[in-house]
Structure formats: structure tokens, C-alpha cells
Design a protein around this ligand. Structure first.
Ligand code: ZN
Length: 365
């Protein structure tokens, strides 16, 4: 398999070639074996101390813990399913194709930083750097490969900061929202549609419940100077057996993106309080969010290198799994979030270069 064959001396070109190489290795969630083997080979051939950490995970540079603070650069290897956008291609100033934005451009930056660090024996760097690559991030959080990795690799948990190179358009995005998916079932009584007064239409209960839930305004909360917006939405709705039957049951999916200040139990209590007067709630998944790092000097140093103020992460990301393992974590990567999971996924060469330069400046500050 190809390894460090990318020889371009110009950093932007090398980053673009690396991104395209990664895009062209199919790695839909659950099928990360080839790409994990590939990144292992690239790092090994480049002289980076790396190992297969099992279960789609590859870790590098974390074997010996020095005196200096340890920073982890982390990224997922998997993508969402293709939408006619694979394999990828290079077009002037962009790499285009499945995963280019989310987040093979970020993984390319991570790999090139690891290779550069190995070449220069990290002499200019004032931080120790570990590299963490993992799979199944684009699936429900309960299936992620990262949380179990953090459980079995104790060394990772001593890190002072983790930077996840998810798409943020090169802005530091801190913290993240929690995320609940629940099935909301509305009960009525089925009957003949010619005599609806003998039945009880479950859709009526659903309409009343959803209207009340959607009347809730988004709730903004400022944490560490960042505004997070808590929102709740019904995202699917199903009812009906036949055209002449009044439905006795109607089911909805409720998606609750909750403030990082709520723990899992408090979030679930809030959701039940709103929904249960109208129907039954069964929580299928509940992933807590993460508070932004509090007074971590490395975050300030990253912000200075990035040259832009921090933003809140208005979504769920693996920083929550890192935070749950006791590691301060932020998102910072080259992809533009507007292109994540889109048919036209792409990553700009200028963004790849900027990301690489900012992180290198951070590591050497
Ligand atoms: Zn992602």
C-alpha cells in the first residue's frame, strides 16, 4: 500500500495530495480497516513511533511521557456514506470528494505534522505531541471507537489538551452540546374512519404535543464567555395503518441538543417533563456535552496561534468523549462546516495550509 510517496516540497501541495490520497481510500463507518492500515504505514515509514491500538485505532508519539505538556491531535478516519462524490479529485484550490471536509483534510494536516515532527526530531517544539486516529465517529456515539480507546489507553488520559481536527474553518470551537434521541409515542384508539367519534386519533395527540414542544424558544446559555443554544425538535413522525383506519398510535423522534451545563440525567428529566404529558418517552441515546476548557493555558496559546477568538461548538463532537475521560479538548480543523456531509464536500488548500501553520506555531510557541 502507498505510504510516504508524497514528495512535494510545497506544503500546501503536499497537504492537498495527502487529503486526496485519504479521500480515495473508502472508509465509511464500520469499514475503516484499509485506511487505518494506510495511516499506520505512512507514519511508520516516516519514522514516527506508531502502533495499531486495535479496533480501528492508531496512536503515535504517546509512548514516552516527557517533562513537557502533552497535546493530542485527534481525528476520525471514517466518513458518512458516499453520495456520488467518491473517488475524489483536485480542482485548482480545492480537494473535492467524500470526507475531504469531514475530516480527511484534518487527518492530512495531522499526518503531515507528525511526519514533520519526526524529521526534525521535534527540536523546535516546546510541547510533546501524541496523535490519535479512530473510527466509527459518524455513527451514534455509543458505537464510537474513541471512548473505549480512552478507557484502555491510560497514557492518553494524562494529556493536557486535545485538539480534534473536525471542520471548524480554522476557528477554535470549544465545548459541545449534549444530544438525546428519544422515541415519543402518542396513544389513541384505532377505529373506522367513517365513524371517527368511536375512535381516538393518535395524530391529534401528536399535533398537540409537538406544537407545545416546538413553542419552546431556543434557550441561550453563556458559559466561559461562549453562547450555547439549547434546542429541541421533532425530526421524524409516523402514523397510519390504512387509508380507512383512524390511527391508534403515532410515533415521533425527538432530538434534544442540550446545554453543556446539564448532565445526562438532568437533560433527560427536562425532556420527559416537556413530552410525557402528551405521550410516552423512550430514550434511545443520550450523549452528554462538554464544558469549554476552564483556564487551560494551552487553550489561550492555541487561540493566539489561530489568530481568532473562540466560538462555542453548536453540536456534539468527540470532544465530549475526551472531556468525559478528563482531557480538556477543543475542535480546530481546516474543513468548512458548511460542506460537511454535503454532496459537494471539499477542503481548500489555503485552509489546509493555515491549519498546518497554526498548529505548528502553537506547538513551537
Ligand atoms: Zn467529523
Amino acid at each position: 500500500m502507498a505510504s510516504t510517496r508524497i514528495q512535494s516540497t510545497d506544503t500546501a501541495t503536499r497537504l492537498a495530495e495527502r487529503t486526496l490520497e485519504l479521500v480515495d481510500i473508502a472508509s465509511q463507518s464500520g469499514a475503516e480497516r484499509d485506511i487505518a492500515a494506510h495511516v499506520l504505514g505512512v507514519l511508520r515509514d516516516g519514522g514516527v513511533p506508531v502502533r495499531d491500538a486495535g479496533d480501528t485505532c492508531v496512536i503515535a508519539g504517546t509512548e514516552r511521557r516527557g517533562e513537557r505538556p502533552l497535546v493530542l491531535l485527534a481525528g476520525h478516519l471514517d466518513t458518512v456514506p458516499a453520495q456520488g462524490n467518491w473517488p475524489g479529485r483536485r480542482e485548482r484550490e480545492h480537494v473535492i470528494g467524500l470526507g475531504a471536509c469531514d475530516m480527511k483534510g484534518g487527518v492530512a494536516v495531522l499526518l503531515e505534522l507528525a511526519l514533520a515532527g519526526a524529521e526534525r526530531a521535534s527540536e523546535d517544539r516546546t510541547l510533546d505531541v501524541g496523535y490519535v486516529l479512530f473510527g466509527r465517529e459518524e455513527l451514534p456515539a455509543t458505537q464510537s471507537a474513541l471512548a473505549p480507546l480512552l478507557q484502555r489507553e491510560h497514557g492518553l488520559r494524562s494529556a493536557d489538551l486535545a485538539i480534534v481536527l473536525e471542520p471548524t474553518a480554522n476557528v477554535v470551537q470549544a465545548g459541545c452540546l449534549g444530544n438525546i434521541d428519544a422515541t415519543w409515542t402518542f396513544h389513541g384508539r384505532a377505529g373506522h374512519s367513517a365513524r371517527p367519534w368511536l375512535a381516538e386519533n393518535a395524530i391529534d395527540h401528536a399535533v398537540a404535543g409537538i406544537r407545545a414542544l416546538h413553542a419552546r424558544a431556543p434557550e441561550r446559555e453563556t458559559i466561559g464567555g461562549l453562547d450555547y443554544t439549547q434546542v429541541v425538535s421533532v425530526t421524524t413522525l409516523h402514523a397510519g395503518l390504512a387509508s380507512n383506519v383512524i390511527p391508534g398510535e403515532c410515533t415521533a423522534n425527538v432530538n434534544f441538543r442540550y446545554s453543556p451545563s446539564l448532565d445526562r440525567a438532568a437533560a433527560e428529566r427536562a425532556l420527559r417533563g416537556w413530552c410525557e404529558p402528551h405521550g410516552e418517552i423512550a430514550v434511545r441515546s443520550n450523549s452528554p456535552g462538554a464544558l469549554p476548557p476552564h483556564e487551560n493555558p494551552l487553550t489561550a496559546r492555541l487561540l493566539a496561534a489561530a489568530g481568532a477568538p473562540a466560538e462555542p461548538k453548536q453540536a456534539w463532537t468527540p470532544v465530549a468523549e475526551l472531556a468525559a475521560a478528563g482531557i480538556d479538548a477543543v475542535n480546530f480543523g481546516p474543513g468548512d462546516p458548511a460542506f460537511a456531509h454535503s454532496v459537494g464536500e471539499r477542503c481548500a488548500l489555503s485552509a489546509l495550509l493555515r491549519s498546518h501553520e497554526s498548529i505548528e506555531a502553537f506547538l513551537c510557541a
